[in-house]
Design a protein around this ligand. Structure first.
Ligand code: DQA
Length: 140
């Protein structure tokens, strides 16, 4: 499978950011772990903290990838623009969160972008991405 993995704002500073919620692996460590666990699949990684760049990337997916894994970071809770781009994106889509959002602040309970995805995974720290790849390979 060819899978695009998009990470949003502040996910480039994983490893130095609240390890209790987000674990202690850097984004590069996570990407290397995915590559080593799924050597027969193709991955493209994209990270941006800029909402418009994330929207542009999502809008370029159709026809190029088999599936999308996205962690929109804080945008998950309020970005109508990312919600709408995901809605138009025709591939199978899984939203992932490192932290367990159900146990966190009220403002993180609104899962706006996840409404445009096929599923979401939350609370397994870096393993959320691995679980998402497994699920996509099984169900796509
Ligand atoms: C996050 C959860 C968001 O609420 C937060 O703003 C993030 C990371 C997660 O992976 O748990 O940046 O998406």
């Amino acid at each position: 499978m060819k899978i695009l993995i998009i990470n949003g704002p502040n996910l480039d500073i994983l490893g130095e950011r609240n390890p209790q919620h987000y674990g202690d692996m850097s984004l590069l460590d996570i990407q290397n772990e995915i590559l080593s666990q799924f050597p027969d699949d193709q991955f493209v990684f994209f990270q941006s903290s800029i909402e418009g760049e994330l929207v542009n990337k999502i809008n370029s997916i159709n026809g190029l990838y088999d599936a999308l894994i996205i962690n929109p970071g804080a945008y998950s809770h309020y970005s109508v623009a990312i919600h709408d781009a995901l809605e138009n994106c025709k591939v199978k889509k899984v939203e992932v969160h490192l932290s367990n959002l159900a146990k966190r602040e009220d403002f993180r309970q609104n899962l706006l972008t996840a409404r445009s995805c096929d599923a979401y995974i939350s609370g397994f720290k870096e393993n959320a991405y691995i679980i998402a790849v497994f699920a996509l390979k099984k169900y796509t």
